[in-house]
Design a protein around this ligand. Sequence first.
Ligand SMILES: Cc1cc2nc3c(=O)[nH]c(=O)nc-3n(C[C@H](O)[C@H](O)[C@H](O)COP(=O)(O)OP(=O)(O)OC[C@H]3O[C@@H](n4cnc5c(N)ncnc54)[C@H](O)[C@@H]3O)c2cc1C
Length: 441
Amino acid sequence: MDRERRIAIVGAGAGGLAAAWHLQELGYRYVTVMERGPDVGGLCDAISIDGKPYELGAALLSWEYRHVFGFLRRYEMETTTVAPFYLLDRAGGKVLPLTFLMDGRDKLELAAAVARYFVELARYADEVGGPGFRNLEATDLCQPFGDWLDANGMSALKDQLVIPVTCYGYGRLSEIPAAYALKYLNLGNFTTSLYISGVEALGQNPDWPRKIVQGMHGLMANIAGDLTDLRTDCTIERIDRDLPGPHPIRIRSRTGAQALRDEEFDVLIVACKQDPQTLAGLPMALDPDETALFAPVTSGNFFTMVCDAEGIGYGLYCNIVEGNALSLPSSGVPIFMGRLWEGSPVLNVYAEADAGVTEEAVLPQMLAALQRMNITVGRVHTVRRWRYFPHAPSQALADGFYRKYEAAQGRHATYYAGSVACFECVEDSIEYAVDLVQRLF
Ligand SMILES: Cc1cc2nc3c(=O)[nH]c(=O)nc-3n(C[C@H](O)[C@H](O)[C@H](O)COP(=O)(O)OP(=O)(O)OC[C@H]3O[C@@H](n4cnc5c(N)ncnc54)[C@H](O)[C@@H]3O)c2cc1C
């Protein structure tokens, strides 16, 4: 493509920032990123308390985060190990070692399931490996992950995989389509998960997962610092496409208190989430195929609370035990929490809630649950609600969601990037954006 072309990118999350950065690297001179929020990073947000970053969204890295580590080297940013993982009994707050998950388990059966999982990963490398899901056609990967594990002789893995899937907010194993779970639980994340799930005999590496010393948001801010035309607090009032003349896209926008301006572009990259709610906030007429494509995209209602708390030590706690038995929490009850920095009074607490539950409604539920765990909460620094893990449900996947998604790329001079294209993880979002740029620009 002609390097003089003007490119507009909507959304300065990991995907939008990475797309802009790589376009600039390829020599594109006119790349404009428009972010509606006051800051960059999207789900890679954090607050700073006493000089330390407390992540509201993304925090953890596995060794397969090739693009993220590339950026980290470029900006000379360091990573460090994270706090040790534990289980926490929601009835009373007893801390249990992860090996609790192994108690009474048939270790041979588990080892066989792990081996089988490696084989399946290799078998489906074309469908779930690499950027996005360009080769995913209707296969058994469209069914829920739990069913897929059962059908393929890997039921023994289910308890282990609740931590990386459900505790991290990606829903129950009975809900998340297997294709997403396999993409996420690639070699790096799967082996990391085995370690944190207490499978100590099976190839673990205690150095993983890791976190960025300056925080994931610090990385996003560094990438943003290299961009030549990045606008935060940017309200897009109108996007017209298919205009006659040399520049098919016109965007009317206002940045902060500046005057409205109309600008023409050659290409548009939509790097905000393509779920119906987010797209409703983007004043752009979708064609009937785009409307039908994005209509089924669904997201979770996930919350991060950051508070000062006493009664719990340095660690990351998976709240999947109640009364000494494995059990998942109900809506609004914390599923995961962590003291991210040793010696700090600050606790990050995460909960999934039913659709429609707001920050105001979830806060008392989270506080009551913490009280039952004998954790005393002081100051609440913030509660953030996330539209999390936007994805195509099983039926839409089976109906060729990703074939249609890829077919939509380039129509109306519009391209789509971000987590819907791949999976709700920083590396996936960056990998897809970089591939899109290299493949199509
Ligand atoms: C609690 C939590 C924990 C997580 N933990 C991890 C982790 O440990 N490791 C990991 O890899 N990932 C993690 N993730 C996931 C990771 O943060 C996301 O997958 C990734 O950051 C998504 O990037 P994105 O660019 O695709 O989308 P987003 O981050 O959603 O970025 C989209 C951007 O578009 C903007 N936007 C939306 N609408 C408009 C509009 N109309 N005009 C202009 N801009 C608009 C938004 O404000 C946003 O900045 C976590 C997420 C959460 C919430």
